[in-house]
Design a binder for this molecule. Structure first.
Ligand SMILES: [Zn+2]
Length: 380
């Protein structure tokens, strides 16, 4: 390897310092790139997003590019911590800060909100109002309940009565659905939905989960809606739990499921043929849901996952070749009502499912969990 320029060596020393040693935008360790106009160190992935913000950011490799003394001096003076104090000065509590694993549209809009639109510098307050206004209206493409077609629907998020409504047409008098903030969840699912801005909105209707799959062509609109939903959910949770602090409520606003994917499942006697199903496991509501396919509107069934002291456990089981099952990496879930046998295609899936189930089983139950468990077992 060619010997590094003196200035590159200075930058490599700088990037090892606390604050600089993680990407300024997604937090991943050991960033290798820098924005020489903003004075921040970023990872390769985020540097790609900065390239699209030519008016505010110019990125250079700290190892491969040539650096002038004046730019190195600026990097030394600024750095990630000082930049954070400017560009992340006042981020609303509800605002979602993406991590490395998050999808591109979330990271792209986070970086644009910070440096291009300067939403969090405290210079102007109108951005906060956009997320927290009484009503947020937008038109989204929504997947049909029983088909694969996406059609335009009008969505109205209301902070006044904590609801999200959607209408078939602009002049529709009555909404097709009025969704309460109570059980609402929203997560980006670009791969599942097949669109880079795909958002899954879930809620409970008639004791069953209802999934809506939507997107908007503009990344800014879908991410703004997502953060407006988060603002409304936080306001709802604050009203419902006046004694809890924001730090306790924030993880509940929206949440990813712990694990999702295909497994094969047999019936209650374990003599039924195995059928391939799409499973999702959520650690917040302790529910394992299964669907015929990933984009189904409602689940075929749900299993509550309690704790070990209430007779819930999970174990690895050996492959069985009978009853039509093609997969051989077994997971047996024991509940007080019955034993569920699932088969995974790969050993890694089996390990991940076992770990995910163990995580939920080891979590202590809340009073709300006890009520959910009683409801679900009564509903059988
Ligand atoms: Zn990054």
């Amino acid at each position: 390897m060619a010997s590094l320029d003196r200035n590159n060596k200075i930058l490599i020393d700088l990037v090892r310092q606390p604050g600089n040693n993680r990407c300024a935008d997604c937090g991943v360790p050991d960033p290798d790139w820098a924005s020489c106009t903003l004075g921040i160190f970023v990872c390769l992935n985020c540097s790609g997003i900065h390239r699209d913000l030519a008016d505010v950011s110019r990125v250079k490799s700290i190892r491969l590019d040539l650096w002038d003394d004046s730019l190195v001096q600026f990097m030394r003076e600024r750095g990630n911590s000082a930049a954070k104090a400017i560009y992340e000065k006042c981020i609303p509590a509800f605002f979602y800060r993406p991590q490395y694993e998050d999808c591109t549209v979330l990271k792209d809009q986070w970086i644009r909100a910070k440096y291009e639109r300067r939403e969090f510098t405290g210079e102007k307050n109108n951005f906060r109002q956009a997320y927290c206004s009484d009503q947020f209206d937008t038109t989204l493409w929504k997947k049909g309940k029983d088909n694969k077609h996406f059609l335009k629907r009008i969505f109205q998020l209301s902070r006044k009565d904590f609801t999200l409504r959607y209408f078939i047409k602009e002049d529709s008098k009555l909404p097709k659905a009025v969704i309460s903030m109570k059980d609402l969840n929203a997560v980006f699912q670009p791969e599942k939905i097949g669109h880079a801005h795909g958002l899954q909105i879930s809620y409970v209707h008639d004791k069953r989960t209802r999934n809506l799959f939507v997107y908007h062509e503009k990344g800014q609109v879908i991410v703004s809606l997502f953060n407006a939903i988060r603002a409304t959910r936080l306001a709802y949770l604050q009203k419902k739990h006046p004694t809890l602090r924001d730090n306790d409520l924030i993880p509940q606003i929206t949440r990813y499921c712990l694990k999702e994917g295909y497994m094969e499942k047999t019936g209650p006697t374990q003599r039924e043929p195995f059928k391939k199903r799409w499973f999702t496991l959520c650690s917040v509501n302790r529910k394992l849901l299964y669907f015929k396919s990933p984009l189904d509107a409602t689940e075929l069934g749900a299993v509550f996952i309690g704790t070990e002291s209430h007779s819930y456990s999970v174990s690895e089981s050996s492959g069985r070749s009978t009853r039509g099952g093609r997969w051989h990496f077994g997971v047996t879930l024991h509940t007080p009502d019955r034993e569920f046998v699932f088969m995974c295609e790969q050993e890694q899936d089996q390990e991940e499912w076992l770990e995910a189930f163990r995580k939920v089983i080891s979590q202590p139950m809340t009073p709300e969990d006890y009520a959910n468990e009683a409801n679900m077992r009564r509903g059988k």
